[in-house]
Design a protein around this ligand. Sequence first.
Ligand code: TPP
Length: 631
Amino acid sequence: MRREGSKLSIAESVLPETRQFISGNMAVAQAARDANVKVAAAYPGTPSTEILEYVAGFPEIYSEWSINEKVSLEVAIGASMAGSRALCAMKHVGMNVASDAFMTQTLIGAVGGLVIVVADDVGLSSSQNEQDSRYWGRFAHLPVLEPSDAQEAYDFTRAAFALSEQYEVPVIVRLTTRICHVKGVVVNKEAESHETRGFVKDPSRLVMVPGNAKGRIPKMMARDLALKACSEENDLNIIESGTDTEVGFITSGAAYFHVKEAFPDAPVLKLGFSHPAPIEKIRAFSQTVEKLVVIEEVEPLLETELRAANIEVYGKDIVPKIGELSPPVIQPAINNLLGKAGEYNNIIPAQNIFPRPPTMCVACPHLGIYYCLSHIKNTIIAGDIGCYTLGAGHPWNALDTCISMGASLSVAQGIDKGRGESDQNKNVLAVIGDSTFLHMGMQGLLDITYNKGNVTILLLDNRAVGMTGGQNAPSSGINLQGQETSQVDFRKLCEALGVKPERIREVNPYEMPTLFKALREEVKIKEPSVIITNQPCVLTERYSKLPPLKVDDDKCTGCGNCLDVGCPAITVTRRETVIKPNGKEKELAFVQIDTAACTGCDLCTKPCAPDAIIPARNISCDQLTNAVEVK
Ligand SMILES: Cc1ncc(C[n+]2csc(CCOP(=O)(O)OP(=O)(O)O)c2C)c(N)n1
């Protein structure tokens, strides 16, 4: 399946050279090291995950996988209050989770430099929505810096710490997928020293009760004015003159390079310090071009601000609001504006890439679970975010809802309480992964037990954050540095959250009949129940492979039942339509197993009626047990 990210070894992340070919994420990590950051915290999420994985390679920085983004921001805030430099990284939706702390921290500001790196998944390559994190700067009165490549990711992160301390303000560094993952040459600057000032008691600033918070608002307003003046003069906002002034561009982030590629001769005002925007600089720039176009990825933020400042601009009226604004997107739009013909003149012809829809991994323990869920009747299934969201797709089509991390339980509770006549006899089930449960799902379970809900929870504990590349979490009992630490006991946790001990079961998801029976029994019982599945993610060291299987062509009847498991190691070799004795047509699908990919998990043998799936090598049948946890 398509993973949100990848796990990086610590050794891989430490590169001592000062001139390197690295990604934006790695550049941010190195900038944190060179800025003498003391604490870095994050919760994984594409496209920002690798930042902390790289930071973990620098033992001089305390780094942690926090259980969610709010916690990671609060850890960073605490470190800043202690007078140290702190970094917090997250994907765009993480800011929604962190926003409660974030929106008040702006009143406190920063003591030690506090930098929040937010990575927007422009084009939704791996996210539940597309959001523009630049809004948070406007909402919380904070500066936003927007690098355009890996070198700038390094430089701007360094600049962000300086800015943060100069104006005592948390600073947002907004990245996008393209900046995070694309590599470029990065030259490091000399590392700076930073003295931790120590925690200074100052309740009027650090204790945000109404009386104190009111006093901080005028300070924030004064800070706004100072930041605005700083942006007007800042050398992160640069004008690049051009020979063709028919159209000029204001742009930021990855879109800057797209503009340069599509219109190399046009004047460009590149905003690195994009909020507060340097309105007067932009006004002066607008006088130098015939038409002014704002090329900004996702929302028309700057465009709206410029219109309010009475500066005539084009923007989302001519370019799309969704996805990346690449040269093939912007060039025809601008040509159209200028009344010129011409499609995108691409120098490198577009490659036809074979479509690869996301799917679960070979032998993933979720496969058997979804096989069961796709066969369970009369049940509304609230889904959540993780590898198991793929259960919404082919061949399982098992999920009825999916919104945000942790929502499955509370949504299920709402479905239970809000059900109408037609749903009275339906069962309500929530499916959630271990990391997602710890991130934001636990509260939903407490809500269900406290408010006497009738929901069955299927907690898929694979001891890893599978979706983002198999990172550790409190469920793995191993921390970001790879050290052993406390491992959460889900049974005890669910009990503590109010589930009766007899309503908590632990099941091996490779034992499909047992799982199916447990599901059928628990959904019928009219009180909260939890089924915990307990086999590890196949991408982790905990998973042990078994000898592969193959299809015995002489026995395969083409029933296609094995395909319903959804394992990508099974592929159809031939389809045939036959007429059944009752005269109806039946589609047959003859299959093969990719033995190089197969890990012998045995799931596909369960629905195979003719026992046509057999060991690929000459091994005895008792070696064909289920995959087991080795550690
Ligand atoms: C608020 C938010 N933070 C982070 C993510 C990125 N993300 C998607 S699913 C997921 C966790 C998946 O782990 P788990 O629940 O254990 O399920 P698994 O993928 O292992 O099956 C994460 C971190 C996100 N989508 N939303």
